[in-house]
Design a protein around this ligand. Structure first.
Ligand code: ZN
Length: 275
């Protein structure tokens, strides 16, 4: 047995995963949905996320269980597809040369960006135990980025700020490393029912955070004042409404994105405001 094993090369985990995803993609193939990220069509997407009572009670957009969330092949989520569609069709992102800082990169978007030659791509994250990371992701602390001021045309930082106690400092850092005229997409789970963001420093136990904040490691639930928090550090904030503001895409249902999600597009002005 030993001698036979010697001649069979080990199958890398990555290859096995690719085979599994290919088979799963074939099994779910169909015409109901198309994933814009990988380009394949499926009869259904896979469910993702999980429900906690507070998520339903506060109608937190960008959280909770979604029936058609994950692409069976490339594993993009509804959030990834929204950003991809916005960048590709509304901003012609892939046809231009940009520098991009991608904080806590989502695997499906990481794959697209890292394979696009026109993008000077910097995926970065603060490594934490228990989370999966793609290879070649730089180590960065969002509260103390090592990049110089005005380094990037774009920053993408999704579903990170709700984990950071000093989110204002993180927003300042993102603003600092953007070039004047640069743009950031800064998505968070958000309850439009809440006039003010809900924070309580005494809620620290994981069970209590799940109960009051919707996830064991969240430190707040953002409310309708989220754009004001971004404006406070200098951003000009555009709230892109998925249902009404996408000009180049007519059939959003086909791409299985969340129609309630608002895309927060944050511009760093060319000149500092006099205010
Ligand atoms: Zn896909």
């Amino acid at each position: 047995m030993q001698s036979i094993k010697k001649y069979i090369p080990p199958i890398p985990g990555r290859l096995l995963k690719n085979i599994y995803l290919t088979i799963r993609g074939l099994y779910y193939r169909g015409n109901r949905y198309t994933c814009p990220v990988c380009g394949y069509s499926f009869r259904k997407m896979l469910p993702g996320g999980f429900d906690l009572p507070v998520i339903k009670e506060k109608h937190i957009v960008g959280a909770g269980r979604r029936d058609n969330d994950i692409c069976p092949y490339c594993q993009s989520t509804d959030r990834d597809r929204l950003i991809y569609l916005f960048l590709k069709y509304e901003k012609s992102f892939f046809e231009q040369h940009f520098s991009l800082l991608h904080i806590a990169p989502e695997p499906a978007l990481h794959k697209v960006f890292s394979h696009t030659n026109s993008i000077d791509y910097h995926p970065a994250t603060k490594y934490s135990e228990g989370f999966y990371y793609k290879a070649k992701v730089e180590t960065e602390d969002l509260l103390d980025l090592h990049f110089e001021e005005a380094s990037f045309d774009w920053v993408i930082c999704n579903h990170v700020l709700e984990h950071i106690p000093d989110d204002k400092l993180a927003m300042h850092e993102i603003f600092r490393v953007l070039k004047p005229g640069g743009k950031a997409i800064l998505q968070v789970p958000i309850s439009f029912q809440l006039e003010k963001t809900f924070e309580d420093e005494t809620v620290t136990a994981e069970a209590d955070r799940e109960k009051y904040l919707g996830q064991f490691d969240h430190v707040r639930i953002y409310g309708r004042d989220y754009p004001d928090r971004l404006k406070d550090v200098g951003f000009v904030v555009h709230e892109v409404n998925t249902k009404h503001d996408f000009k180049h895409i007519s059939s959003l249902n086909k791409f299985a994105i969340n129609p309630d999600e608002i895309l927060f597009l944050c511009d760093k002005p060319l000149k500092k405001s006099r205010l």
